[in-house]
Design a protein around this ligand. Structure first.
Ligand code: PLP
Length: 277
């Protein structure tokens, strides 16, 4: 449990500095006045790094993970007060357990086909029913629907996951009509690396333009308010530009936690001292 983990003060200090640096850049880039969510992307990093940012003084809430097994382990090890985001490629057979086994899963950012939405729906429904049973008719409040984002392949690259922009409206409609335990919270894109590297606060990133246009089409065709659908776009290399283009949520990993180890070398329970450089 979290109490048994020992945060290295030097590592904690570095992480907190990195986080506050990113928060400052977000504040400066944000001319809209709306609040922008920062997801600290902690994939392949040890649980202790997350604890260092979740506990005071940083008290950061939102963390993003890419792998089901790793997220499951971390969620069992770390405080329930964390808001987890699953941002990685989703396997259909992992959708139901993901939604069912992690009560503090805040959002799944990578829904790209209706079958995955259906499996998440089943998992969340089972979790809600479980928690009702556990309450025994008590008065603790109902679990809200699980937030999901539809991942859009804005760059047209075959290697990228995500639904085609032209198929996005129907997937969004499916989630809203057929999945009562899910809440369509917005659209997400990763985008092409080249476009991301070329993005500055001054130049527009074509992927972000496409995502915004796709959102506008969805809200128009489904008759929902634009504020209801967030845009999740922007990572370490391009979050400043993404904010200038209207992002509501950025997902930043490397700039906060440093370079990631290879997947085979990653450890959830790793002391910072033992981390290889
Ligand atoms: C890993 C990852 C990120 C973070 O990338 P950095 O370049 O390390 O900031 C953001 N979004 C998704 C979907 C990712 O997989």
């Amino acid at each position: 449990m979290a109490e048994e983990m020992h945060v290295n003060p030097q590592r904690a200090k570095q992480l907190i500095e990195n986080l506050s640096h990113v928060n400052k850049i977000i504040q400066t880039a944000n001319k809209s006045g709306k609040s922008i969510r920062l997801i600290a992307v902690s994939k392949l990093k040890p649980a202790i790094d997350i604890l260092a940012l979740h506990q005071p003084p940083a008290s950061h809430l939102h963390f993003g993970e890419n792998y089901y097994q790793e997220l499951l382990e971390k969620s069992q090890l770390l405080p329930r007060s964390i808001h987890w985001h699953f941002i990685g490629a989703l396997q259909t057979n992992k959708c139901k357990p993901l939604a069912e086994q992690i009560p503090n899963l805040f959002c799944v950012s990578s829904v790209d086909i209706s079958k995955k939405a259906d499996a998440l729906e089943k998992g969340r429904k089972a979790l809600v029913e479980d928690s009702k049973r556990a309450e025994n008719g008590g008065q603790s409040k109902d679990m809200p629907p699980l937030r999901v984002l539809v991942q859009v392949n804005t760059s047209g690259e075959e290697s990228k996951s995500g639904v085609e922009p032209s198929d996005t409206v129907s997937l969004c409609a499916h989630i809203r009509e057929k999945c009562p335990h899910l809440r369509l919270a917005g659209l997400m894109t990763i985008g092409a690396i080249a476009r991301s590297q070329a993005t500055t606060a001054e130049t527009e990133n074509e992927d972000f333009v496409v995502l915004r246009e796709t959102r506008d089409k969805v809200v128009k065709e489904l008759g929902i308010a634009a504020e209801e659908l967030e845009l999740s776009m922007g990572m370490s290399s391009d979050y400043e530009g993404a904010i200038a283009q209207g992002s509501d949520e950025v997902r930043v990993g490397t700039t906060i936690f440093g370079e990631r180890p290879a997947k085979k070398d990653a450890k959830v329970k790793e002391d910072v001292e033992e981390e290889k450089g």
